[in-house]
Design a protein around this ligand. Structure first.
Ligand code: ZN
Length: 291
């Protein structure tokens, strides 16, 4: 879950250029459809991509084929799609927050909305959670839809929490979704987190991180290789520094690394960590518990 800046610079002009590019086999179809596409793009921007409001397209076989071919085409006009995929590999997934976005998602799916196949405001870097989305656009209740990374401003505000309990030999990991304050799109927020963010995968990510931290604390906080924190407050400060860095690097509080670090800072977990770290005679960077 990550906010992406809205960018449609040159997108209208692009249609005209493709229509005139004779080496693209469907250029004549794009030429014939330009005015339809322009009005569809405007409709998208006006309605902020909301599937409850954007007009569904009228089926047109030639247009659909042309748009599909355009999306997977290697012509320079659509190189920005490949760049989006390459540039974001290993970065925060705009939809679920995992750290492995390797695909490009159509917010309004290509299957139902071929007219937005190459429209930049409709394209986002995403991970395998694409498979949970597919042709889905809305839920069964009013206003249920996925969050739009360019329009739903709160998508980067912390909404995914994990609570670690029974920290000793068999810790448990409870994943909680909590809406950020002053969210307007309540139904969309609930629908999005429940349909798209895998509780199981977030829990597993935090479990792996916690076990790694317990085995070798410096694998999470490098500083711990050289010195033990002198107090619980000092440990919290170290964790907060890492957390801040992670949020800055991934430009979202909902990247899973940040979710993990935030879980370590939760009161009861922090207390447990400090108890383990402050055992008299503990060697520098020694395991906290064997997990
Ligand atoms: Zn994802």
């Amino acid at each position: 879950m990550k906010k992406i800046a809205l960018d449609y610079t040159g997108q209208f002009r692009l249609l005209k250029e493709i229509a005139n590019y004779r080496r693209f086999p469907h250029h004549a179809t794009i030429d014939a459809e330009t005015s339809f596409l322009v009005s569809a793009y405007k409709d998208y921007l006006r309605n902020k991509g909301d599937p409850w409001k954007v007009a569904g397209h009228v089926k047109n076989v030639a247009r659909s084929a042309a748009m599909e071919a355009l999306y997977s085409s290697k012509i320079k006009h659509v190189a920005y799609i490949r760049e989006m995929r390459d540039r974001n590999s290993g970065r925060c997934c705009s939809m679920c927050g995992s750290l492995s976005s390797t695909q490009v998602d159509h917010y309004l799916p290509q299957h139902h909305y071929p007219e937005f196949s190459i429209f930049k405001p409709n394209l986002f870097p995403i991970c395998g959670c694409n498979q949970s989305k597919l042709k889905k656009t809305i839920g069964s209740n009013a206003d249920e839809r996925f969050l739009h990374p360019a329009y739903d401003r709160k998508i980067s505000d912390r909404a995914i929490y994990v609570r670690i309990r029974s920290h000793g030999s068999t810790p448990s990991y409870e994943v909680i979704f909590k809406k950020p304050k002053r969210v307007r799109a309540n139904a969309a927020f609930d629908f999005h987190t429940n349909a798209l963010v895998s509780r199981e995968k977030v829990g597993q990510y935090v479990k792996d991180g916690f076990e790694k931290f317990c085995r070798r604390p410096s694998s999470v906080i490098t500083e711990l290789k050289y010195k033990n924190p002198e107090s619980k407050a000092a440990l919290a400060r170290m964790l907060r520094d890492e957390l801040e860095e992670s949020c800055r690097e991934h430009q979202s509080k909902n990247n899973w690394e940040s979710v993990f670090l935030h879980a370590l800072l939760e009161r009861r977990t922090l207390n447990w960590l400090w108890r383990k770290m402050s055992v008299p005679g503990r060697l520098l960077n020694a395991p906290l518990v064997s997990l």
